[in-house]
Design a protein around this ligand. Sequence first.
Ligand SMILES: NC(=O)c1ccc[n+]([C@@H]2O[C@H](COP(=O)([O-])OP(=O)(O)OC[C@H]3O[C@@H](n4cnc5c(N)ncnc54)[C@H](O)[C@@H]3O)[C@@H](O)[C@H]2O)c1
Length: 308
Amino acid sequence: MKVTIVGAGAVGASCAEYVAIKDFASEVVLLDIKEGVAEGKAMDLMQTATLNSFDTQITGTTNDYSKTAGSDVAVITSGIPRKPGMTREELIGINAGIVKEVSSNLIKHSPNVTLIVVSNPMDTMTYLVHKTTGLPKNKIIGMGGALDSARFKFRLSEALECPPSDVNGMVIGGHSDTGMVPLTRLATRNSIPVSAFLSEDRLNQVSEDTKVGGATLTKLLGTSAWYAPGAAVSALVQAIACNQKKMFPCSAMLEGEYGLNDICIGVPAIIGKDGLEKIVEIELDDAESKKIKESAEGVSKTNALLEL
Ligand SMILES: NC(=O)c1ccc[n+]([C@@H]2O[C@H](COP(=O)([O-])OP(=O)(O)OC[C@H]3O[C@@H](n4cnc5c(N)ncnc54)[C@H](O)[C@@H]3O)[C@@H](O)[C@H]2O)c1
């Protein structure tokens, strides 16, 4: 399994580190446009190989796509992150051009690649990749829901005063402060609905904290977060590499599912060797259906800014 990560910045490097530590890929190529950065991070990571006991070969390159040839999976983390006070949508002007160019270069050298889109605004960048690359729809996955769900589970564990591993839950909808739909109704602690332990007010607080999870970190760090994003991407890469058929909320191109068409937005999906193998349609209650429609309207507005 060869994995390429374009954008050896904070999220890209963190993803490379988690992929290497889990030791399921033979090769990771980091590519960046900034001279020497990908080579330097690859070398630094390789010097952790004996300490962290992995055999994955990590190499770096400055914009030489021939080094990415034959990649099975490629992660797109290239582009600018938000600064405190910015929305993800404000990044579209710069990131759309980068994502379009990067995805086209990747496919030229790896025609059978599965792309994982991370750059923000992620749902719109995923839509852009669908519209401009001609890759089959199962080969384009937008990563947002895996991260948002991990943040949701962490917030629930805080409220429940229990370890995060006791908690299960999902966030669907757009990957934005206003678009996320945390499914509190379906979240559980060891199969018991969380509503058995937490008041409606506390659950609403958990939802609100989850939705601004990224913004909260951006304010603290001065730039957007990278550990949980990197770990979330690496979990998707692993699900593909190891054909795990795991369910993650991912940004998928919808053709009628959830009553939506011609839009990429977070829905539960099965991830395995063929990429996004299946969209899982779950029954939403009226309030959840209304929220996902509103979320889709927000994503569509951002999509309309694309010059396709
Ligand atoms: N989807 C998510 O859940 C999620 C989570 C966190 C961050 N993000 C997004 O991921 C992106 C990366 O975030 P980051 O914190 O790693 O940023 P960063 O600035 O640390 O890294 C971005 C890297 O991309 C490189 N780059 C820019 N243009 C390039 C090009 N044309 N080709 C190759 N490399 C190029 C830059 O040189 C830089 O090293 C941002 O858009 C951010 O908003 C998404």
